[in-house]
Design a protein around this ligand. Structure first.
Ligand SMILES: C[S@@+](CC[C@H](N)C(=O)[O-])C[C@H]1O[C@@H](n2cnc3c(N)ncnc32)[C@H](O)[C@@H]1O
Length: 267
């Protein structure tokens, strides 16, 4: 496993118990993605980057056997608690320890943005899928956490925010990696609100999504740091909520997530 993959696995492992309660975006995209799979049970389904497997009660109804794969041992430990999958495999999506043409469906919710080379993942999907097999995945593309990035830039700080591919670059990478899959791309913007920037930071940490390659640094948790970010963060017009208990008005912030849904059938 590369140093970067180890760091990603470590962050998600640390978050394996807090993840499910924080997974607001993941629930929205996960259910949207489920609707892109055939409703009737169909062969072996691979859940790639399964996390703690909160979707497995739904996924088992759409297949005859379920394979759960994740990079993080901690996430797989959590996933095993429901015991709904037939196998739990710790592996990198770019190097799957699965036989060629062994699965009929691949489901992957918000995993791909953690893979530095999406074309390699696409090639693996093409290899493990049978002819006629379906893939449905969601990921994040450029525009995600744009407000947070803007706040860092306004403070003349290097943004502690992941870099995301554009939707077009992602589609091209998937087409190049897996030319035998007819890829379809659909994008949407999801906006979530938070009481403040610190709450956004805490949610990302609870999800294990606070890792930024080459930017692991300490000392980002001081009160002054969060206050500065809060001041620099773009104000959400029309989203002022009244905190009556304290008798004051609290600003509410918005974070945007640019979600790409990629679906395809292997010829
Ligand atoms: C945001 S979570 C999504 C979890 C789950 N799919 C859900 O819907 O909540 C991303 C997951 O992908 C896993 N992951 C990240 N990079 C991976 C890789 N290269 N191969 C396999 N899993 C990976 C992480 O360990 C984590 O569990």
């Amino acid at each position: 496993m590369s140093v970067q993959a180890q760091a990603i696995a470590r962050h998600f492992g640390k978050a394996c118990q807090s993840y499910s309660n924080a997974a607001r975006l993941q629930r929205l995209t996960g259910y949207a993605l489920l609707n892109r799979l055939p409703a009737e049970p169909r062969g072996c389904l691979l859940d790639l980057g399964c996390g703690p497997a909160w979707l497995h009660p739904e996924l088992v109804q759409r297949c005859n056997s379920l394979l759960a794969v994740d990079l993080s041992a901690g996430m797989l430990y959590q996933a095993r608690q429901s015991g709904l999958a037939n196998e739990y495999i710790q592996a990198d999506a770019a190097a799957l320890p699965l036989a060629s043409a062994s699965v009929q469906q691949v489901f992957s919710n918000l995993m791909l943005q953690w893979c530095p080379k999406p074309a390699e993942v696409a090639a693996e999907l093409e290899r493990v899928l049978q002819s006629g097999g379906k893939v449905a995945l969601s990921t994040l593309v450029q525009g995600t956490l744009a407000e947070l990035r803007q706040a860092f830039l306004a403070l003349q700080l290097s943004p502690h925010v992941n870099q995301f591919l554009t939707a077009d670059a992602l589609l091209l990478a998937m087409q190049q990696g897996a030319p035998a899959i007819d890829w379809q791309l659909h994008s949407e913007t999801v906006q979530l609100s938070y009481p403040d920037v610190l709450s956004l930071g805490r949610e990302l940490k609870s999800l294990g999504a606070n890792y930024v390659p080459d930017k692991e640094r300490k000392g980002l948790t001081g009160r002054h740091y969060w206050q500065q970010l809060q001041q620099a963060y773009p104000k959400a017009v029309g989203l002022k909520v009244s905190d009556s208990s304290a008798g004051s008005v609290t600003d509410t912030i918005i974070a945007s997530y640019q979600v790409a849904y990629l679906t395809g059938v292997k010829r």
